[in-house]
Design a binder for this molecule. Structure first.
Ligand code: BES
Length: 452
């Protein structure tokens, strides 16, 4: 089997590149046809890999891709999840090679989606293909379910999973969509944050105004928006949304102790990984606590007024901020959204109206590191990388993890092969190719272990 992987490296790589060339940006409506093309591409790949029932599942939103191999009665069934959609590639001018023209430099494959998540989904596809092509069978049963709306918070897969179709019956989900803590250090993620993504709309006068004629009497929605944002999070990083922290469950002393043992150099993180003079965040909490176990409030963009070249003296009639709150166990998205609404109403300056519109949300998730499916994954990673597997959490969100837990009652095994410098959601996203090959090997070992 390992020979098969070695002999087909070139072909695997060409296949991945072809997939990466499809700009499947789920949040941009003008790319809907590309998103579908990426789904069809994957369906064809799964069929060619030897899986049955490879098909597109239509619904409200971008399509899902399903395929199965159920020829191992009495053995466990795994639900293999990934996403074939990607984030928008902007700012384009910062890419060294164009985002949808994959290029290899220094053992890294550069393209939007290389790591998040086409490259990592490819690991699951190719591990299964290798086993099927060399042995004609798998050690366990598998069902692929791959979505095209993960990056845009779409609800298609949630609605589908919540309807509990019999074909999703499984013992555990396996997801390659997270990072290794450091290069060469095998990692399992056992906690993800949830999210509430919203827009805050501020409306001032009924039309744009001359800032000289009206400035001093007319409310300015951009100023108001800035005041709202600053009232919601202070300079120390504390969030002032009443009730927001009430449900936050602190990590156990054992987990905190394990985090203290991780190889981490805060100065290097600050200077090299981020390139900032200072880190920010709530006083009294470590970087891991702040990014993994504490909730956040962030602004992603502010729109309004004049932002072109040159000068224009205007008081805009309207301004909008895109914001999100990352949530940790046991916060609840709907409750947090309501708390945000009330907080915005309470701090909205006079003279303007503010409105909160939630675009999407997802709950946080925790996975039990003692779960046998997680333990077996850790062993497979350790055997592949020759190092003890570490357990971490991540500050990112993978909405489906909570959905699988809630509706299918199954844990998700998060074995990720991305690296901290993969530039997720940023220009020059890359995937470290040695991790592609080792990822395939680790997943194949894992399936074998579970079949024994
Ligand atoms: N793969 C990421 C999340 C991730 C990255 C988890 C690294 C752990 C380590 C995922 O594709 C992602 O970016 N999700 C979005 C989800 C959101 C839009 C609902 C996120 O976290 O912003």
């Amino acid at each position: 089997m390992l020979d098969y992987y070695r002999e087909h490296q070139e072909e695997f790589l060409e296949g991945l590149k072809a997939w990466l060339r499809i700009p499947s940006i789920s949040t941009l409506p003008e790319h809907a046809a590309d998103v579908r093309r990426a789904a069809e591409f994957l369906r064809d790949q799964l069929e060619a890999a030897g899986l049955s029932s490879a098909e597109i599942i239509e619904g409200n939103g971008h399509p899902l891709v399903y395929a199965e191999w159920l020829g191992a009665p009495g053995k466990p069934t795994l639900l293999l999840y990934g996403h074939y959609d990607v984030q928008p590639p902007d700012p384009l001018e910062e890419w060294k090679s164009p985002p949808f023209e994959p290029e290899i430099r220094d053992s890294n494959l550069y393209a939007r989606g290389a790591s998040d998540d086409k490259g990592q989904t490819w690991i699951l596809v190719k591990a299964v293909e290798g086993l099927l092509k060399t042995r004609g069978r798998l050690p366990v049963n598998v069902r692929f379910l791959v979505e095209g709306e993960e990056e845009s918070g779409g609800g298609h897969i949630t609605a589908y999973v919540a309807s509990r179709p019999p074909r999703l019956a499984a013992d555990a989900a396996v997801i390659c969509d997270t990072e290794m803590f450091a290069a060469g250090l095998p990692t399992i993620c056992v906690g993800l944050r949830g999210i509430v993504y919203a827009e805050i709309d501020v409306q001032g006068a009924k039309r744009d105004l001359h800032s000289g004629l009206y400035g001093g009497a007319a409310p300015n929605p951009l100023q108001a928006l800035a005041e709202i944002v600053c009232a919601l999070k202070d300079r120390e990083g504390r969030i002032h949304i009443p009730g927001f922290y009430d449900r936050v469950r602190p990590p156990s002393p054992k987990e905190l102790e394990a985090w203290r043992r991780l190889p981490f150099d805060e100065q290097r993180y600050r200077d090299e990984e981020l390139g900032v003079p200072d880190l920010v965040g709530e006083p009294g909490y470590s970087v891991f606590e702040r990014t993994w176990a504490r909730p956040t409030f962030e602004v992603h963009g502010i729109r309004g007024g004049f932002t072109g070249e040159g000068a224009k003296t205007v008081i805009p009639a309207r301004a909008t901020a895109k914001v999100s709150m990352r949530l940790v166990a046991d916060q609840q998205p709907q409750e947090a959204a309501e708390q945000l609404r009330q907080a915005v109403a309470a701090v909205c300056p006079r003279g303007v109206r503010a409105e909160v519109r939630v675009l999407h949300s997802a709950g946080p998730s925790l996975v039990d590191p003692e779960n046998p499916f997680v333990r077996a994954a850790a062993e497979s990673l350790t055997e592949t990388f020759g190092k003890e597997t570490v357990f971490v959490r991540s500050g990112g969100s993978i909405p489906i993890v909570g959905v699988f837990q809630q509706h299918l009652g199954i844990p998700s095994v998060l074995m990720g092969f991305g690296l901290p410098d993969d530039n997720l959601h940023a220009p020059n996203e890359k995937f470290h190719l040695p991790n592609l090959w080792r990822g395939i090997e680790a997943v194949a070992r894992y399936l074998e272990k579970l079949g024994q």
